[in-house]
Design a protein around this ligand. Structure first.
Ligand code: GDP
Ligand code: MG
Length: 440
């Protein structure tokens, strides 16, 4: 499953504080695979990819954001940018006209939308102007009956413009008029002429283009032609209950500079959803909860600086740096991000300062961090306070108690020593030194 692998790839960034080009490339490749499989136009995919790459590498993650969360948030924002907002549809009196090729799902969608508006407390009517397809009148009537909405059509008439005019009059008590039109197998001049004529009589508030989710890149020509003739304000994607993900519709949205209004998810009148970016993004990426994840990042950023027991990174800058401090720091890394970013949050300590430290001074991978945590759980309070006093016997005991090799215990002590030295270095600096370093 593609979503799972995107997630897996994002998760490989979990323990990292900085994103490399290679990391972003991997994430972008996963996204590209999903989107291309979902029929999203290659040019749109490339645009999106380069924006994700550029932003991930160039934007400074806000204090306390891990590499994974930083990239995740950018991916989410760019995906929202790609799919766009839902077409604005005020719950008030309005006329909507549907356009699209035969079989795209116009008649079904007309009834579904009428049903949807009726559930919102409005009084919709469906007007059927298709005189081309045999049985169009009956099909539309059946659907309108199932939706329990008003219906107008004329099985004997052959002028769609006249049907439209009479239909609007006959249903003048309704407040939402949905005008269904005929389609053809392909775009032909007479179809375009006909829909232009209907449009001029109906004067719709919104023209919606109905597209089958399986449309692929054929969406472009249709969107362009209908947009040139009547102007397209929004798109309805049908048959999303099948295997097609509807990415081709994004081409139509892009082409018409519009947005998606409704999604059709079955043959019944209730099988309709108002378009929501989040659900659609999940569908495209095959990934359940991108929004939730992005929101979690947002929250973590808001909470930055307040870890569980009110541990204040500033405390670290005065007094001694014990293993307890280090443990707190490690806890904080889960909530806030790595030490260098925690440092960024301390007033007076800019990012530039951290760049002057050796890279490995702050390199604590997730796996090591977990081990360190287990090791520290096997230490006494005194050992946590005075790690320098820990001798070989104690190391052996701690190793046995934690089930981790002695080497890990020594690594922890070494890591602590390195961090302590780094911090001492800062503590020893006067304000003048700080300022000079930060100006570099
Ligand atoms: P029109 O020619 O554009 O008016 O298209 P129709 O509304 O007649 O739909 C064509 C076919 O697609 C019909 O058999 C519908 O039942 C079917 N259809 C329309 N929308 C959906 C949908 O969202 N899901 C599924 N599974 N079938 C749909
Ligand atoms: Mg029809």
């Amino acid at each position: 499953d593609l979503g799972t692998s995107l997630r897996g790839t994002l998760d490989t960034l979990r323990g990292k504080s900085r994103v490399t080009e290679e990391d972003v490339d991997k994430v972008v490749k996963e996204i590209q695979r999903s989107l291309i499989q979902a029929d999203v136009d290659i040019a749109l995919v490339q645009d999106l990819s380069s924006r994700i790459k550029e932003r991930s590498l160039e934007e400074e993650p806000p204090g306390g954001t891990s590499a994974r969360d930083h990239v995740l948030k950018i991916v989410y924002e760019e995906m929202v940018g790609l799919v766009g907002d839902s077409t604005d549809l005020p719950l008030e009196e309005q006329t909507i006209m549907l356009a699209g090729l035969q079989g795209s799902g116009k008649t079904t969608s007309a009834a579904k939308m009428a049903w949807w508006f009726s559930k919102k407390g409005l009084r919709p009517a469906v007007i059927q102007t298709d005189t081309f397809r045999p049985g169009a009148y009956d099909q539309a009537k059946q659907m309108a009956d199932r939706a329990e909405v008003e219906y107008y059509g004329d099985p004997d008439a052959d002028d769609p413009v006249q049907i439209a005019r009479e239909g609007l009059e006959a249903t003048s008590d309704a407040d939402v008029h949905i005008v269904d039109t005929a389609g053809r197998h392909a775009l032909e001049d007479d179809l375009i002429d006909e829909i232009e004529d209907i449009e001029s009589v109906v004067d719709p508030d919104r023209n919606l283009l109905v597209l089958d989710a399986a449309i692929g890149q054929g969406a472009k020509d249709q969107a362009q032609q209908f947009d040139e003739s009547i102007g397209i304000d929004g798109v309805v994607i049908t048959k999303l209950d099948g295997t097609a993900k509807g990415g081709g519709a994004l081409t139509a949205v892009d082409q018409t500079d519009s947005s998606i209004a409704f999604l059709g998810t079955g043959e019944e009148v209730a099988d309709v959803e108002r378009f929501e970016p989040d659900g659609f993004i999940s569908r495209l990426l095959g990934m359940g909860d991108l929004r939730q994840l992005a929101e979690r990042v947002e929250r973590a950023m808001e909470e930055t600086g307040q870890s569980e027991d009110d541990w204040d990174p500033e405390d670290m800058m005065s007094g001694s740096f014990t293993l307890k401090d280090m443990q707190k720091q490690m806890e904080a890394m889960n909530n806030m991000g790595p030490l260098d970013q925690v440092m960024d949050m301390i007033p007076g300590l800019g990012g530039g300062l951290m760049d002057q430290l050796p890279d490995d001074a702050m390199d604590v991978t997730e796996e090591r961090m977990r081990d360190f945590d287990v090791v520290m759980d096997s230490m006494t309070d005194e050992e946590m306070e005075y790690p320098r006093a820990i001798g070989a016997d104690q190391i052996e005991r701690i190793s046995r108690g934690s089930g981790k090799p002695e080497e890990r215990v020594r690594e922890l002590l070494q890591q602590h020593k390195m961090m302590e030295q780094t911090i001492k270095q800062f503590q020893g600096m006067g304000d003048g030194d700080m300022q000079r370093m930060m100006k570099k």
